[in-house]
Design a protein around this ligand. Structure first.
Ligand SMILES: [Zn+2]
Length: 114
């Protein structure tokens, strides 16, 4: 049963709507936590809690740059699992449009235009 327990552990890391959404957001590359806050509209503590589960599962890695904390997916095979699941559910990635202001370097240019 050890094999199945190992697999179950990883499935459990996926078993949360916010964690699936975070992984979808990270498909495009690393994102800072402030960016995730702006996109999802949740408090940083809540997002960090979900990121911690993904990190403990070995799916994401953290990088600090000054005040910004970035996460990226280090096991892109997980996207294949999510895509296989979507073939079963008939769903599509459904990230919310970013409506909150984000000051991460990736969005800084956008901010100047405002
Ligand atoms: Zn941003």
């Amino acid at each position: 049963m050890e094999t199945y327990e190992k697999e179950t552990k990883l499935y459990k890391a996926l078993m949360h709507p916010v964690r699936l959404a975070i992984l979808d957001l990270l498909r495009g590359g690393e994102q800072c936590v402030c960016h995730m806050e702006a996109v999802f509209g949740y408090r940083q503590a809540y997002i960090s809690q979900q990121l911690m589960v993904l990190k403990e599962a070995g799916l994401v890695e953290v990088r600090r740059d000054g005040l910004n904390i970035y996460y990226r997916v280090i096991r892109p095979e997980i996207f294949g699992v999510m895509d296989a699941m979507r073939a079963l559910t008939g769903t599509q990635p459904a990230l919310p449009a970013k409506t909150n202001v984000c000051t991460c370097p990736n969005c800084a240019d956008e901010l100047i235009q405002l």
